[in-house]
Every structure is written in structure tokens, then in C-alpha cells.
Design a protein around this ligand. Structure first.
Ligand code: FAD
Length: 388
């Protein structure tokens, strides 16, 4: 058994700590604030296998399978529901692109199909069908509650002995050669140190700072934080917009009915690089812009009250694919999820834990595709379609 430090108490760090404990590792998990306080508790809840490249489709196919069994495995309600994702095309060119994507997804067993607007209206009763020509519909995509999911993983991780520490910030890493020997952390104003055999950087938007602590260049994995916001309406009757509905050509705008209270969560690609890693202030520009799109997608939303607006980070790499893999002998990274970390967590956590504990994994994760050194080599993957 070795001692593994996981840095970052978002869904990736917590789920990986759980998977490592399942494999018999001794785990210490550090979160500088409260668990979920980074991007995880600010996300839009969406889970999809509708990607446009083989690596992400295969990873998400596996992740959805893990999501399907997660309530039973963790023994908690996490409100995982397969309510689908519906992408909407506004031009013939887009319909053609949808058909190509669907062919690729079908090849890997993802049951997406092209649907007409009549069927789309049955699935989403408040949909304005007029601007759209067709939809890409996968009923196996879905959503889950990020709060319940993280706490379920955390509970089971602690039960297996994970030493999970909140308000405990990693401040330095001690490196000898290509090995991290110890982690220094601050808690209650005191700095202490713990010897470790391996370290995972799961700090997402903060990951470049952790890499720097490991003596690597800060921009070796060039992750930048983009402020991404959401607004939510008052609760509507269930069944109005259960799937995530998105016309990508409208600035990646989307709506999705919250699986808990029935409010409609509205998002869009109206974003800018964060002004520092505390830039959580919601903006009026976003509110105005996102509601224009949301009411074009679903006109009845004009009459719904907005009850919340919030901001978080999309921690983006240049190709919008995460960096997953080994950086030094015993130093690993799973970060830069670019808006997809919640949905990918069950698969990525399993893969990374298996890699760290056994040197290989059974998860169909294409290590070369997500290689954290690809940016240094000047390689970029085809850009993963960005929305949640
Ligand atoms: P985080 O949750 O950000 O966790 C990283 C943690 O590291 C933080 O809690 C931070 O405090 C901690 N940390 C940093 N530095 C240190 C340190 N020195 N010591 C200790 N701890 C440290 N994804 C989806 O899959 N579906 C969606 O529908 C979706 N919608 C989104 C909507 C919005 C508005 C936003 C902002 C994001 C959305 N995402 C979505 C993205 C998703 O939220 C993230 O990809 C995911 O939560 C990343 O999880 P993580 O654990 O990697 O990072």
C-alpha cells in the first residue's frame, strides 16, 4: 500500500480518492476551501456522450455506464436521470454535421438519432420549433445532482479510510529528481508536511499553480479559467424541458430543467477570461444575453421569474480537452476539463486511480489523446464541443 495525496476536492479529486481507496491505497485528500467549492457545485448538471471525436465518445460511453450504476454502488440518491440531450440545427450545413456526428456516435454504441421538430416538441413541450430544422437526440444522456454526487463519493471514500481535509491548502511540494517526496499544507494557519509516494493534481483551474510547486513550468499544461455563468428560473412544472436543449450555432446557448426543483437552468458561451481565481461576480451582460437566447429557444420562459444567477470557471486547455496522465515519476494530473469534468468524473477517476495504483487501466481512456505533454509538443486535439 502506498500513500497518495490528492490535491483538489472537486468531483475529480473526491471521486479519484474514492477509487484509489477501493484499490487499497492510503489516501490523503486536500481541499483549500470546502468540498465542491471550485467548479463542481456551480455546474449545470449535464451528462452526455454526444461528442464529436472518438476519444471523448468512448470515454463518455464508459462514464455513462458508470453513472447508470452509481446510485447503487454508492448507496445514495444522486438524482441521476437519463432525460437526454437535444442539439438543434439551424441550417442544412449543420444538419449534415449532425448526421456525421451521429454516425460516429452510433459506431461506438451511443444511440443518438436525428429527429424532426414534431418529435422534438413532444420531448420539450415549451420548445419554439420554428427556427430549427432537425435535432440530434440521445435519450441516454442525462443529468445528476452535483452536490449529492460529490457528497456520496466523499462519504464512501471516508468510510474506506480516506483522510479528507477541508480548508487545508497545499502550499508546496518537495521534489527530489523526478519524484515528489512530500506535500506541505497549511491548515488553521500552521504549515505541516506529509511524506507521500504519489500525488495527483486535481486542482482544475488552479492546476498550473500546483504544477509550478512541482518545479514544472506553470504553462506546461496551459489551463486558463474562463468565467462561465448560469441563471435559473423559478420552478416550472416537471417535463417542460427535461433534456439539455442546445442550438450550438446560437453561441452554445442551452436550457435544462433542474432535476431537483424544476427550475430552468440557462447557459450560453458568453464568457471571458477570469480576472483572477476569485472572479465569481455575476454580470448583467450575461443575464441579458442568456435570457435572449433562452426565450428564443423556449418562449414561455418570458413569463418565468429568475431566482438565481451565479458564476464559476470553465478551466480550459487550448484544445478544450482535459490533461490526464503522468507528469513526473509519481506526479499525475487530471485537470482542465473545459466544461466537462462533472460528466467525465466517474470514468476519469477510475482510470486515473487504476493508472496510479496498477500502472494501467481497464477504462477506454485514450492516454495519448489526453496526454498533458501534448501542448509542449505543439499538438492540439480537435476541439471538444464545449457546452456542459
Ligand atoms: P473543481 O471542482 O474546480 O475542484 C478543484 C478544487 O481544487 C477546488 O475546489 C479548489 O478549491 C481546489 N484547490 C485549488 N488549489 C488548491 C490547493 N493549493 N490546495 C488544496 N485544494 C486546492 N461539467 C459537466 O460535466 N456538465 C455540465 O453541465 C457542466 N456545466 C457547467 C456550468 C458552469 C457554469 C461551470 C462553471 C462549469 C460546468 N461544468 C460542467 C464543468 C464542471 O463543473 C467542471 O469541469 C468540474 O466540476 C471540474 O471538477 P474538478 O474536480 O476538476 O475541479
Amino acid at each position: 500500500m502506498s500513500k497518495v495525496a490528492v490535491i483538489g476536492g472537486g468531483i475529480i479529486g473526491v471521486a479519484t480518492a474514492y477509487e484509489l481507496a477501493k484499490l487499497g491505497e492510503e489516501v490523503i485528500l486536500f481541499e483549500k476551501s470546502y468540498f465542491g467549492s471550485g467548479s463542481t457545485f456551480r455546474c449545470a448538471t449535464g451528462i452526455r456522450a454526444q461528442f464529436t471525436d472518438e476519444a471523448n465518445i468512448r470515454l463518455m460511453k464508459h462514464s455513462v455506464r458508470r453513472w447508470e450504476g452509481l446510485e447503487e454502488e454508492l448507496g445514495f440518491d444522486i438524482n441521476f436521470r437519463q432525460t437526454g440531450y437535444l442539439f438543434l440545427a439551424t441550417s442544412e450545413e449543420e444538419v449534415k454535421a449532425f448526421k456525421n456526428n451521429i454516425r460516429l456516435q452510433n459506431r461506438f454504441g451511443v444511440p443518438t438519432r436525428l429527429i424532426g421538430m414534431e418529435e422534438a416538441k413532444e420531448i420539450v413541450p415549451i420548445l419554439n420549433t420554428e427556427p430549427f430544422l432537425a435535432g440530434a437526440w440521445n435519450p441516454k444522456d442525462g443529468k445528476a445532482n452535483p452536490f449529492k454526487t460529490l457528497f456520496a463519493y466523499l462519504f464512501r471514500a471516508r468510510e474506506m479510510g480516506v483522510d479528507a481535509r477541508e480548508h487545508t491548502e497545499v502550499v508546496a511540494l518537495e521534489r527530489e529528481g523526478d519524484t515528489i517526496k512530500a506535500v506541505k499544507y497549511r491548515s488553521n494557519g500552521r504549515v505541516e508536511s506529509v511524506k507521500v509516494d504519489a500525488v495527483l493534481n486535481a486542482a482544475n483551474a488552479w492546476a498550473p499553480l500546483i504544477n509550478e510547486m512541482a518545479g514544472l513550468k506553470r504553462d506546461l499544461v496551459p489551463i486558463k479559467a474562463y468565467k462561465h455563468q448560469l441563471v435559473k428560473t423559478e420552478p416550472l412544472e416537471p417535463g417542460q424541458a427535461e433534456p439539455l436543449v442546445c442550438p450550438p450555432s446560437w453561441n452554445d446557448a442551452y436550457i435544462i430543467q433542474d432535476g431537483e426543483d424544476g427550475g430552468i437552468i440557462c447557459g450560453a458561451g458568453i464568457e471571458h477570461e477570469a480576472r483572477g481565481l476569485n472572479d465569481y461576480e455575476p454580470t448583467y451582460d450575461f443575464l441579458r444575453g442568456v435570457l435572449r437566447y433562452a426565450t428564443m429557444i423556449a418562449p414561455p420562459l418570458k413569463y418565468a421569474h429568475i431566482v438565481r444567477q451565479w458564476a464559476g470557471f470553465y478551466a480550459k486547455t487550448p484544445d478544450k480537452n482535459p490533461a490526464i496522465g503522468r507528469l513526473l515519476d509519481n506526479f499525475y494530473i487530471a485537470a482542465g476539463f473545459s466544461g466537462h469534468g462533472f460528466m467525465m468524473a466517474p470514468a476519469v477517476a477510475q482510470a486515473v486511480a487504476e493508472l496510479m495504483a496498477n500502472g494501467r487501466s481497464r477504462v477506454p481512456l485514450d492516454w495519448e489523446w489526453y496526454d498533458p505533454y501534448r501542448f509542449e509538443r505543439g499538438e492540439l486535439r480537435s476541439s471538444a464541443f464545449q457546452i456542459g
